[in-house]
Design a protein. Structure first.
Length: 227
DNA sequence: AGGTGATCATCC
DNA sequence: GGATGATCACCT
């Protein structure tokens, strides 16, 4: 693999570099980086995201910091169809399942992760070979006041249920814009959580995800405002 | 085991 | 067809 020495020093520099590859295919970017393209993503689910991280100079690795640490910006690739509608929900962060007493929205991982996100749409449905999927125009997004309100409301409702020992009764249908779903290697992975009556139970780790209509709307709003 | 990057595949 | 619940790879 070719290592790209680029590290963005400003928001505008990051955006310029992301805009410059809009219209490229993933295959073209992989070639430029000397990376092999998988035939499909079954065994390479994070491949696209990591490819863009490398090219754009994300430096946080798996540290608990934004991908672009000095810019405080997260990078998310998001698969979209030809109409620009997201094909998948977007993982945000794992959900704490214990020690929830006193945890406030403003201290939550979700709140911190969503401060600033650079969305890179990847155009291409599942049937399209990975190499042929196209990189779209980037969107630098910070939640609006109304978006923050929706997010906070969902988060508080979900966390309250978790704190009450009801995590196992929460489904992905809860929440208007945020949902709670499994986030694990497989269904045998267990972690501790609060159970009924304040007992301790073992349950599947959960993560917060943004629902498709929410990410669809924020992308649409950006592109329509931009003209 | 728990975090990062996500998409798969079954069920409705 | 689309969303929910399950899963895949790699890192620490």
């Amino acid at each position: 693999m070719i290592t790209v020495p680029f590290i963005p020093e400003s928001e505008s520099q990051l955006l310029e570099r992301a805009e410059a590859i809009a219209g490229w295919s993933l295959g073209e970017l992989a070639d430029a980086l000397g990376v092999a393209v998988p035939a499909n993503l079954l065994h390479h689910k994070g491949w696209g995201g990591q490819l863009l991280e490398r090219y754009l100079g994300a430096d946080a690795g798996s540290k608990p910091e934004p991908d672009f640490s000095r810019l405080a910006i997260e990078l998310k690739t998001i698969p979209v169809n030809s109409s620009g509608k997201p094909l998948e929900t977007t993982f945000i962060s794992v959900c704490p399942l214990t020690r929830l007493r006193g945890l406030r929205w403003q201290e939550s991982p979700v709140f911190h992760k969503l401060q600033a996100i650079l969305w890179i749409p990847i155009l291409g449905e599942r049937q399209i070979p990975v190499a042929n999927r196209l990189i779209g125009m980037p969107v630098l997004w910070r939640p609006s006041p109304s978006e923050w309100q929706l997010l906070q409301q969902d988060w508080e409702e979900i966390i309250e249920r978790v704190a009450l020992g009801e995590v196992e009764s929460i489904t992905a249908r809860h929440g208007e814009v945020l949902q709670l779903r499994p986030k694990a290697a497989n269904s045998k992975v267990l972690t501790q959580a609060i159970g009924p009556g304040g007992t301790t139970i073992e349950t599947l780790p959960r993560g917060f995800y943004l629902k498709i209509p929410f990410t669809h709307a924020l992308l649409q709003r950006h592109f329509s405002a931009q003209g």
